[in-house]
Write a new protein. Structure first.
Length: 245
């Protein structure tokens, strides 16, 4: 277990001690709960609002909870609810690009857990791609869609020839979308991490050196909420892996 994993478990342990507050009813309350790491509470508040923004935040909060906090016995329930909240967000406002992105986020987390073969068999890669392309149809410069689509191309291309041929994923498109996102949000901790850990596979010649620069830059950017605490620990693990530690 890495040092970052140990700290991550300690953070998760503190979250279960936070009391739920079902009386909060505003999107600001939901965002505050998310920032504090009370992800399930944030989801409850967001869902209760019955708006696209509320469902969107609920989907994000549950996907993050599933990835970083959820115990094995609750994981299926959490991620299925995350995907359902993403669907509700899109249904409530099909013109909300973040709704499409968070639906893709939830489905992507599910795909990571079930593995490449199952994900391909269930058509999950296509669902993620379609949601992100829908977001870019609404706003061609939307950084979250470019970020996630960059990761999609990188990961599906890594899955092998069969996956690349079916879905049209390739490393050049991954770099294109990551670079488009960097143009919009060059100081995004999450973007620098997501791009940095994949760059050595995307660019065999100079990717590792630039990846180290990205992760080191990301490491020194401020941590604004508990989600970014987790990302910060992921960055440390990424730097350890690149350094051969």
């Amino acid at each position: 277990m890495t040092h970052a994993s140990i700290v991550r478990l300690a953070i998760a342990g503190t979250l279960v001690l936070q009391p739920a507050n079902a009386r909060a009813q505003s999107i600001e309350d939901a965002r505050s709960a998310f920032a504090d790491g009370r992800f399930r509470e944030a989801a409850d508040i967001g869902e209760a609002l019955g708006t696209s923004d509320g469902y969107t935040l609920a989907a994000q909060a549950l996907a993050v909870h599933a990835h970083y906090v959820a115990a094995d016995e609750e994981w299926d329930e959490v991620i299925e609810r995350a995907m359902r909240m993403g669907e509700e967000a899109v249904r409530a406002d099909p013109a909300n690009p973040e709704a499409h992105c968070q639906y893709a986020h939830a489905v992507g987390r599910y795909a990571q857990r079930v593995g490449t073969i199952t994900a391909l068999r269930k058509g999950l890669a296509g669902k993620v791609r379609d949601a992100l392309e829908a977001a870019l149809d609404i706003d061609p410069d939307y950084p979250g869609a470019h970020l996630t689509l960059g990761g999609w191309h990188a990961d599906v291309a890594e899955a092998g020839f069969f996956a690349r041929r079916i879905y049209g994923a390739n490393r050049k498109k991954a770099i294109y979308h990551y670079e488009r996102a960097l143009e919009q949000v060059p100081d995004s901790k999450i973007l620098l991490y997501e791009y940095g850990i994949r760059l050595p596979r995307l660019d065999a010649e100079s990717g590792r050196e630039r990846a180290m620069e990205m992760l080191e830059k990301a490491l020194w950017l401020p941590v604004r909420d508990v989600y970014e605490d987790y990302i910060h620990l992921d960055i440390l693990d990424g730097l350890d892996a690149l350094s051969g530690g």
